[in-house]
Design a protein around this ligand. Structure first.
Ligand code: SF4
Length: 318
């Protein structure tokens, strides 16, 4: 979106595609850019490089240069985004900070972005009058930026009557009473900007006490546990057992939290099936021990049971 806006401001024509293949009728372009977030896109990255020799490819999954630095090198101080690439997207998207205080072994953020720094305001991110007052924040550690900065961002959200989606999650392990009270004053929403939702994570079984201390603090401040969706990393810890996975899952469900398994090892079909069972709310109808991923009818809710479809979250978080 940044590159497109930059080029259009120079009078260039921009073609946007998700395909790495060159179409029969495509002209020679003056510049081709590609981005890839995940390692499992390696085949598509390689294909793009073959189809468009000289393409500039970045992103964490490209195996190449840091995409953010690469783009900034190209666009200089240009900051506008070309939202026309995503005509159905009504929110405004961006970062108020970069970086993270933590160094989780499975995560690329600390290496990519370093220690937290404040980078912008809600006013910088919002598209302005005529657009929804919906802010989709991509911050990985919103409360990691200096306190005056995060307080100012929450004040902007509150006073501007914005809805906000903390899509990358808040770090519940370090939620203080003050943070919980401030969070309770803003209109946090899911990524569709409809239901009350705060995203967070419980990735490591050893963080149980810290996780629930954060849940308790949020509840005391007026944020019920049922507003929480917690990503739970599975398939990373070599010590992980199914017993441990179910422990995390069940402890969250008991509190009314919606667990969302994130599968680290994409080769693990059993974990992908577990993700589907959990994320779609099928656990409310069928115990994991009786879940048959191949038999749709068997997994239907019985009388008085309700399954929830979180498939929109699935596509966002996958
Ligand atoms: S807290 Fe989140 S963003 Fe920070 S290192 Fe851990 S997983 Fe990454």
């Amino acid at each position: 979106m940044l590159l497109s806006s930059f080029h259009k401001a120079r009078g260039d024509e921009v073609v946007f595609t998700r395909s790495p293949y060159r179409q029969m009728d495509e002209p020679e372009y003056d510049a081709v850019y590609g981005s890839a977030i995940f390692d499992y896109s390696a085949d598509r990255v390689a294909r793009l490089a073959v189809e468009f020799p000289g393409a500039i490819i970045g992103g964490t999954g490209s195996g190449k240069e840091n995409g953010k630095r690469l783009v900034e090198h190209i666009v200089g101080g240009h900051r506008d985004l070309d939202y026309s690439l995503y005509p159905g997207f009504e929110a405004s998207i961006g970062f108020s900070q970069r970086g993270c205080r933590f160094k989780c072994a499975f995560c690329v953020v600390p290496g990519k972005e370093g220690a937290p720094v404040a980078t912008g305001t809600i006013a910088d991110i919002w598209r302005g009058p005529g657009h929804k007052r919906w802010i989709h924040l991509l911050d990985n550690d919103v409360f990691g930026q200096p306190k005056p900065a995060w307080k100012a961002r929450l004040r902007e959200l509150r006073e501007g009557d914005f809805r906000v989606c903390f899509n990358q999650g808040i770090n519940i392990r370090v939620v203080t009473d003050e943070i919980a009270e401030e969070l309770a004053t803003v209109q946090y929403r899911d990524d569709g900007f409809k239901v009350r939702r705060l995203y967070t994570a419980w990735d490591n079984i050893g963080d149980e006490a810290l996780f629930f201390r954060g849940v308790d603090r949020l509840e005391r401040a007026g944020i019920p546990a049922r507003h929480l969706m917690a990503y739970m990393l599975v398939g990373f810890d070599p010590e992980e057992t199914w017993e441990r996975i179910h422990h995390r899952f069940e402890r969250m469900v008991e509190r009314g939290i919606r667990p969302y398994p994130m599968v680290y090892d994409r080769r693990r079909l059993d974990l992908k099936q577990f993700q589907r069972w959990a994320a779609r709310g099928l656990y409310r109808a069928v115990p994991w021990s009786k879940y048959d991923p191949g038999a749709k009818a068997k997994n239907k809710p019985g009388p008085g049971q309700q399954a929830f479809d979180f498939s929109s979250d699935l596509s966002t978080a996958a």
